[in-house]
Each structure stands twice: as structure tokens, then as C-alpha cells.
Write a protein of this length. Structure first.
Length: 180
């Protein structure tokens, strides 16, 4: 890496390798890149991180660290009541036959949106007739502590890590798991 990149500050379009952690304000760790095989690389502004997280790293340079509280609206958004939907319980009969666990509050089920992208939903209530599913991000409505350490800025053609594949639902990944 040349000296120009070493002293450069992060801006939109910068390729950045960093370590981060996200915690709830009461201290529970949600995610940390220090558990990953290698530190992640992202392009600022490509949609990988929510805008609030990107705003925290803009202007930083290699070696900088920052810790800040992100209000829910700047992190994963506020909880939106319109993203909670009710389904007839009969619509889950086939799914229940293939799941390794019973349909229950806290179970996360993978749905498909109109473009066939995966859309996880958490069962938040159920009775004999209805199943209520919350499609909000699990951290929606939560203020978060975001900590970041900038390891380096990269040239566009620099490849610090080799990509590996993660099994998709179609390749045998589970379609339901417990959120609690």
C-alpha cells in the first residue's frame, strides 16, 4: 500500500478494511468482526452498511478508532407497525411438517419477497387461527453502540481476502431457527 492511501481519509467510494462491533446499550454484544476469519472489506456508499454506520467512519483514516451511540433511526430504523403481518395458521401447515421445531413465538421463518429475495420474519404471536409475523429488522427500534477500528484503505485492485461461499437456503441452509 502506498503512502497516499495510508494517509487518506475515508470518503464515499473508499475501499476500507475494518474491525467493528455492534452492541445493545445494556452491553449485549450483537456482532463483532473480531470473530470473523478475516476483517471485512467494504466500499463506503455501496449499501453494505446502513447510512448511520457509514457516517461514523467518513473522514477517518487507517489506525483511527471510534465509538458512538447510534439512535435507532440512524442504525436499523424505527420499528414500523406496517411490517407486522397476520397470516392464517393453515398457511403454515406444510412448513410445520418440514421444520425441526414447532411453530412458536420467537421462531424466525424465511419468506420470499416479490423479487424472490429472502425475507426473514419473526413469529411474535399465534393462536388457533392466526400467526403474527414481524418483518422489521430484529434491531429496528434499538439504539446501538457502534465501535470501529480502521485497519487500512485499499486500492481498487487490491484483494486482501479470498471470498468463500456461504450455503444459501437452496443449498441446504435451514429455513427456520429460533430467535430466542
Amino acid at each position: 500500500m502506498d503512502e497516499r492511501i495510508q494517509g487518506e481519509r475515508i470518503q464515499k467510494g473508499s475501499r476500507v478494511q475494518l474491525h467493528f462491533s455492534i452492541s445493545l446499550l445494556e452491553g449485549s454484544l450483537i456482532d463483532s468482526s473480531r470473530h470473523y476469519q478475516s476483517a471485512p472489506v467494504l466500499i463506503v456508499g455501496d449499501g453494505t452498511l446502513p447510512t448511520g454506520f457509514e457516517q461514523v467512519i467518513l473522514g477517518l483514516k487507517a489506525g483511527d478508532r471510534r465509538s458512538c451511540v447510534l439512535p435507532a433511526a440512524q442504525a436499523f430504523g424505527l420499528h414500523a407497525a406496517q411490517h407486522v403481518r397476520r397470516f392464517l395458521r393453515t398457511e403454515f401447515v406444510m412448513l410445520q411438517k418440514t421444520m425441526d421445531m414447532p411453530l412458536a413465538v420467537g421462531v424466525v421463518i424465511s419468506f420470499a419477497d416479490p423479487s424472490h429475495a429472502e425475507l426473514p420474519g419473526v413469529v411474535v404471536a399465534l393462536d388457533e387461527q392466526w400467526v403474527q409475523v414481524d418483518f422489521n429488522h430484529p434491531l429496528a427500534g434499538r439504539d446501538l453502540l457502534f465501535e470501529v477500528e480502521i485497519l487500512r484503505l485499499l486500492e481498487n485492485d487490491e484483494q486482501p481476502v479470498q471470498l468463500t461461499s456461504v450455503p444459501t437456503m437452496e443449498q441446504g441452509g435451514a429455513n427456520a431457527y429460533s430467535a430466542g
